[in-house]
Design a protein around this ligand. Structure first.
Ligand SMILES: *[C@@H]1O[C@H](CO)[C@@H](O)[C@H](O)[C@H]1NC(C)=O
Ligand SMILES: *[C@@H]1O[C@H](CO)[C@@H](O)[C@H](O)[C@H]1NC(C)=O
Length: 279
């Protein structure tokens, strides 16, 4: 009965595609509970009460702000076939065990979930030069950005890049791919058949566009077969920032103000990053 009431409420509150998205989320039992907790809250609901771990849009301010960061949760895909991340936040001291306080510790690779790659990730010269995440240019990470849909039948090759006709002058592009359609970030297991840039696609972007921020919807911008070569192509000049595993489900394509803020992890070539779009 509660489920029926919830469905009716959703139908009343949300445009059709949001309902479809929620239905898709229900296909992943791990999140059914989390979704049910919060689906009834107003679309503009923020804070813990508005938390939705599923592909539905996460909006604040009546739709003015869209969260495109994945929640860091234990069942996120890890970079190995079939692997998941495991517990990330765990109580180090717990009141249940007699402590006077609850105190959690965070344990994760710096390239888990929504994260940024610094130029030193796959370029030893940049790493040696100290180009860690703490040196990333906040001007590149914050500003107008274009969200585009990449042709679904291919990885992001030079041909695919060319077909997108991204105008000169565009500095930040978020590439939505087949990965979002396949719900790969919602599957609790790494899937290395994800879509990403091929080496020639990365080279084409570097040589023919003004793009300095590249965002993508799975854990690497580079397709698995081009994992190293495409990163190396992007990092040639150390002026391109790669943001990976963005949550682009159900966001309309178009132009937004993008805000991305990495943690200031000194010496690290990667960092979790919070990214939002503002309309
Ligand atoms: C502290 O953690 C315990 C689990 O050990 C939980 O039951 C309790 O609600 C937490 N208390 C606070 C104040 O967060
Ligand atoms: C993209 O490349 C990966 C290998 O890197 C492959 O498994 C996948 O099928 C390709 N996807 C498409 C749509 O061509």
């Amino acid at each position: 009965m509660a489920a029926t009431a919830l469905t009716l409420l959703l139908l009343a509150l949300l445009p059709e595609r949001h309902v479809l998205a929620t239905a898709a989320g229900d296909a992943h039992p791990g999140y059914a509970g989390a979704e049910a907790d919060t689906c009834g809250s107003p679309p503009s609901g923020g804070g813990a009460a508005g938390r939705r771990h599923g592909p539905a849009l996460e909006e604040y301010g009546g739709g003015r702000i869209v969260d495109i960061t994945h929640a860091y949760r234990p069942s996120m895909p890890a970079f190995a076939p079939g692997a998941t991340v495991g517990p990330l936040v765990r109580l180090k001291a717990s009141m249940e065990d007699g402590s006077e306080y609850n105190l959690s510790e965070l344990r994760m690779e710096c390239h888990m979930g929504t994260h940024v790659d610094a130029p030193g990730h796959m370029n030893q010269a940049h790493f040696a030069a100290g180009l860690d995440v703490d040196t990333l240019d906040l001007d590149v990470l914050n500003g107008p950005a274009l969200l585009v849909d990449v042709p679904r039948h291919t990885n992001i090759t030079a041909e695919s890049m060319e077909s997108l006709n991204i105008p000169k002058g565009v500095r930040r592009v978020l590439f939505r791919t087949l990965n979002t359609d396949r719900g790969l970030m919602w599957k609790a297991a790494g899937d290395l058949s994800y879509v990403g840039f091929t080496e020639d696609g990365a080279k084409w972007l570097v040589d023919n566009t003004d793009i300095k921020l590249v965002g993508i919807d799975y854990i690497s911008v580079a397709s698995f077969d081009n994992l190293i070569s495409a990163h190396v192509a992007f990092f040639k000049n150390a002026d391109i920032i790669l943001v990976e595993a963005l949550k682009l489900d159900n966001v309309n394509t178009g132009l937004y103000m993008l805000h991305c803020l990495p943690l200031r992890l000194v010496g690290s070539e990667g960092s979790p990053i919070r990214c939002i779009l503002i309309k």
